[in-house]
Ligand binder design. Structure first.
Ligand code: URP
Ligand code: ZN
Ligand code: ZN
Length: 461
């Protein structure tokens, strides 16, 4: 069995920071010791570097058919970009199509990923049509297919949105078999009426996307989803939370001892709605749902993370090139929603979070690696550095400064959401299941190296 030694690094988990060497045999970590003697087939020198568990991006959309086009990263380009940024596992969203079964949606996503993914992957299942037939599929998906999380949309009426009755039915069934429901919380009817009002006024520019989805659109739906979950005593995970109003609904629920699991995305921590005021059509780069918010919302997200109320930082990576964004040149509501970020999450969160003193090193690992693994049934195989865990490791040099740009990124997108952004700290080497996947900015694994991960049931958090 191939042996690899990672020497002289500072190992960081969600709970500890310590200097040690790591021995990897085959795909697993088999020894952690202060000074490891002996030789190995490969040695990685981590002097001066942190050794983090491989990142887990719990929210991506690769090869997604959406708003009349497809997200521009497929499973090959998107997962290679993920690896470059220190993410070794993604949980993408498989979608049910209207009138079709959940299983058909899952099969379709397996076909998209198999033989293409370079990093490990799993799927959440987005349920867009919950009925008696769909209900019957849930048990098998959880117990046989290892798909233990399901997404519902409270927005995108006529395409993805389900009503409250369907959500209640889904939550009941999913809990019965040990899964968890995740929710895109925006009031679809309210957003649609504001979109219509803006279109009638002749408001075409990208910034009207954000103005049609104000904070209350998200806060109301978040509160409603939380109340529905409370009524049935169900676990709930809210995806891509952006704002103080929504966080306040979570805080309110905590007064009745309800625990809501909260994900935010790196863009909501770092970018604000002034990006929509960029000249011409440039604001379209950041058209996503929910939209970018205000500095006070960023502050609320950072502080809530510190308080343990934001559990996961993901990306909602859903890139579109500018010619795709231009589908909405004359109508902001036709701009495909989404932006790139899968490659930037860990470096940005380190630089803006740890380096600027907003979060600790251990919190960084918690929200990037351990919490998504625990919530979504991958722990301790993934999400930590421990004996018997997969040797998914990121050798991270905190001294290296660099600048993010579309010129150097690996994501298949002709812009960067963070063009010119100066970052302190760089992913140097990435190991996936004991194999060096990235070294000195070069990928060492091919498409197809990634494995599908069947996930365990939700065990509480
Ligand atoms: O704008 C976004 N978020 N696009 C991806 C789909 C979704 O809602 O997550
Ligand atoms: Zn969403
Ligand atoms: Zn999404």
């Amino acid at each position: 069995m191939k042996k690899t030694l990672v020497r002289n690094g500072t190992i960081v988990t969600a709970t500890d920071t310590f200097q040690a060497d790591l021995l990897i045999e085959g795909e697993k970590v088999t020894a952690i010791s202060q000074r490891m003697s002996g030789t190995a087939d490969k040695e990685v020198d981590a002097s001066g570097c942190y050794v983090f568990p491989g990142g887990i991006d719990a929210h991506t959309h690769l090869d997604l058919p959406f708003m009349g086009t497809f997200s521009s990263d497929d499973f090959e380009t998107g997962t290679l970009a993920a690896l470059h940024g220190g993410t070794t596992t993604i949980i993408d969203f498989a979608f049910q199509s209207q009138g079709r079964t959940l299983k058909e949606g899952l099969t379709e996503w397996h076909q998209k990923a198999k033989g293409k993914a370079a990093c490990d992957y799993s799927f959440h299942l987005a349920v867009v049509d919950f009925n008696q037939k769909t209900r019957m599929e849930i048990r098998d998906l959880i117990e046989q297919e290892g798909i233990t999380s399901f997404k519902t949309f409270m927005a995108y009426k006529g395409a993805l949105m389900i009503d409250d009755r369907q959500m209640i039915g889904l939550m009941d069934e999913v809990k019965k078999w040990g899964g968890i429901v995740t929710v895109h919380a925006e009031n679809g009817d309210l957003a649609d009426s504001l979109i219509q009002m803006n279109r009638e006024k002749g408001n075409k520019a990208p910034r009207f996307h954000a103005l049609s989805r104000p904070e209350i659109v998200e806060a109301e739906a978040t509160g409603r989803a939380i109340d529905i979950a409370y009524a049935g005593n169900h676990p709930l995970y809210v995806v891509h939370m952006t704002c103080e109003g929504a966080l306040n609904r979570v805080k309110e629920a905590s007064k009745r001892n309800q625990r809501v699991l909260v994900e935010t995305c790196i863009q909501y921590l770092l970018l604000d709605d002034t990006y929509y005021d960029r000249p011409g059509f440039e604001g379209a780069k950041w058209v996503m749902s929910p939209p970018l918010r205000k500095p006070k919302d960023q502050e609320a997200l950072w502080r809530s993370m510190g308080q343990g109320m934001v559990h996961v930082v993901a990306t909602d990576h859903c890139p579109f090139c500018m010619n795709q964004k231009e589908m909405g040149k004359e109508d902001f509501s036709k701009i495909p929603n989404g932006a790139p970020g899968i490659e930037n999450r860990m470096e940005l969160l380190y630089s803006e979070g740890v380096e600027k003193g907003r979060i600790s090193l251990n919190k960084f690992v918690e929200v990037n690696c351990s919490n998504p693994a625990k919530i979504f049934g991958l722990y301790p195989k993934k999400g930590t550095i421990a004996l018997g865990s997969d040797a998914d490791l990121v050798i991270f040099d905190p001294r290296v400064e660099h600048t993010l740009s579309k010129e150097t990124q690996h994501m298949n997108c002709d812009y960067s959401s963070y063009e010119g952004w100066k970052v302190k700290g760089k992913v140097q080497t990435v190991l996936l299941r004991g194999t060096v996947a990235i070294e000195n900015g070069k990928s060492c694994v091919q498409k197809g190296f990634g494995q599908f991960l069947k996930r365990k049931k939700f065990e509480g958090f």
